[in-house]
Design a binder for this molecule. Structure first.
Ligand code: FAD
Length: 456
């Protein structure tokens, strides 16, 4: 009996529960769906997934299997492929936050779609005795996760090929090219894609940089100080469980510095835990009172922010890095997000939306939870009155201005990369924003907050 394994942001052969389940039943057709709607909405993330596909195709071919790529929506592609191949079941990964699977099974009857765990840390969590519901505060969540026995990752299954292979579309997502005016060729240059690369990247990190992780992870100019695994995690080239187990092993073998790295990984799991119980995290404030906060809607200041033209050097450097590479350092993400939501008093959802379009490591849960954390409206969030001063932050974490100069100094490589990536319309006309007034912005934000706290 033929099964389809729908590789849905789990672009790997190892530790892939849906693939293992499909392989147990007989021949498997590995399928990736390139959805034009997804590519148009999140072009950088689509480009990152597309970069991974040739690697997945090669890894499957080495197992005597084949990758079948189809363009369209899942609701259209899946029934069509079932008809073409006579497959009787589909196996896929469940629990991608915000993606609704409602209705898919009704369209596929009498075949069925079986959803499997993503091999994630939340599913490994030792729950509170007697229930107690989902965790809403990070520290108890972290302690429970740290005390949980995270199980051994699954081996890659032996794959049996069907007698006839269905046709495959090429690896191309024209919608991502169109939506991403900066061009996906530019981003592609920065990607280290594929399951093997992800494991190499983890090994390199554990062999060297992890020892200085706690000390150096906040400095955006320091290359290789963090694992740079978020893109691989976002497209599922490696599982959080594989990283966790491998890092613990390294720690038992005497590698130092692993604990703060695991803690950071736990933030990703915590974001998933929160979104499982509050799936509107990307559109609604977790604290309901914040829905009444007088956020400014999208505006000219926010446009200057997107373009890296606020005049605030560290903010502009970060926004340019994001546009030119699809990446941004965590500390700089916090600073740029704080600047948008506080100094510019702009709705955090404007930021969620821009990061969703431009981040190669876009992850719906981590993105939404972190934005709400910075804005102050999320669970266990940073208080709103804690407003990052971008200049103080720059002095602390980029004291010699290396990161700033790389992205802003006209003759530097980074500035040139940004110039060649930026759309023509940006180059022709600046957003025209005035020099920011940090004190004024801060006072306005605190006044809005005080008014919300004392309604009427
Ligand atoms: P490392 O420091 O090596 O950390 C290891 C892993 O832990 C990361 O790969 C990541 O999976 C996880 N992690 C680290 N910090 C966080 C965090 N604060 N929250 C959740 N998980 C974390 N991360 C994404 O993967 N996708 C997003 O869309 C995303 N959006 C963000 C938006 C904002 C406003 C902020 C402040 C942070 C966001 N992050 C997001 C979290 C974080 O910035 C990135 O995970 C991190 O920069 C990735 O670099 P790294 O892999 O070298 O991380």
């Amino acid at each position: 009996m033929i099964s389809i394994c729908w590789f849905r942001r789990v672009l790997r052969l190892h530790d892939h529960p849906a693939l293992v389940a499909a392989a147990r039943r007989g021949p498997v057709i590995p399928l990736v769906i390139l959805d034009p709607d997804e590519a148009a909405r999140r072009p950088a993330s689509a480009a990152r997934q597309a970069a991974s596909l040739p690697h997945l195709a090669r890894d499957l071919a080495e197992q005597g299997s084949r990758l079948v790529i189809r363009r369209g929506s899942a609701a259209h592609v899946l029934p069509q492929l079932l008809r073409e191949t006579g497959a009787v079941s589909i196996h896929a990964t469940a629990g991608f936050p915000f993606a609704s699977d409602d209705g898919l099974n009704a369209r596929l009857a009498p075949a069925a779609i079986h959803f499997h765990s993503p091999g994630d840390l939340v599913s490994q969590l030792r729950r509170r005795p007697g229930g107690g519901g989902a965790y809403k505060v990070f520290t108890p969540f972290w302690k429970a996760l740290r005390q949980s026995d995270v199980s051994e990752p699954l081996a890659a299954p032996v794959l049996t090929a069907p007698q006839n292979w269905p046709a495959s579309d090429p690896v191309d997502w024209p919608e991502a090219r169109t939506a991403m005016a900066r061009g996906w060729d530019i981003l592609n240059r920065h990607f280290r894609a594929g399951e093997r690369q992800a494991h190499d990247c983890l090994d390199q990190f554990l062999n060297a940089a992890v020892a200085g992780y706690a000390l150096y992870k906040e400095e955006p100019w320091r290359a290789g100080a963090t694992s740079e695994l978020s893109e691989a995690l976002a497209v599922g080239e490696i599982s959080a469980r594989q990283i966790w187990r491998r890092a613990l092993l390294a720690s038992h073998e005497g590698v130092s510095g692993v604990e703060p790295f695991l803690r950071q990984l736990a933030w990703r799991a915590f974001s998933r835990e929160l979104c499982a119980s509050f799936p509107d995290m990307d559109t609604h404030s977790w604290r309901p009172a914040w829905e009444a906060f007088p956020w400014r809607k999208d505006n000219a200041d926010a446009e200057a922010w997107r373009r890296g033209e606020t005049g605030e050097p560290l903010v502009d450097a970060g926004m340019r890095e994001l546009y030119a590479t699809g990446r941004m350092h965590n500390r700089v993400r916090m600073i740029t997000a704080s600047y948008l939501t506080k100094h510019l008093l702009t709705d955090w959802r404007v930021g969620v939306d821009w990061f969703s379009q431009t981040l190669a490591d876009w992850d719906p849960a981590s993105n939404a939870v972190n934005w709400q954390w910075v804005a102050g409206c999320g669970p266990d969030a940073s208080p709103f009155f804690r407003i990052f001063n971008p200049q103080t932050q720059a002095a602390k974490f980029d004291g010699e201005g290396r990161y700033r100069d790389y992205w802003l100094k006209e003759t530097s490589e980074g500035a040139q990369r940004f110039a060649s990536a930026a759309p023509r319309s940006w180059r022709a006309r600046s957003s025209g924003r005035r020099t920011p007034d940090l004190d004024g912005g801060r006072r306005r934000a605190l006044a809005a907050f005080a008014a919300m706290k004392t309604p009427g």
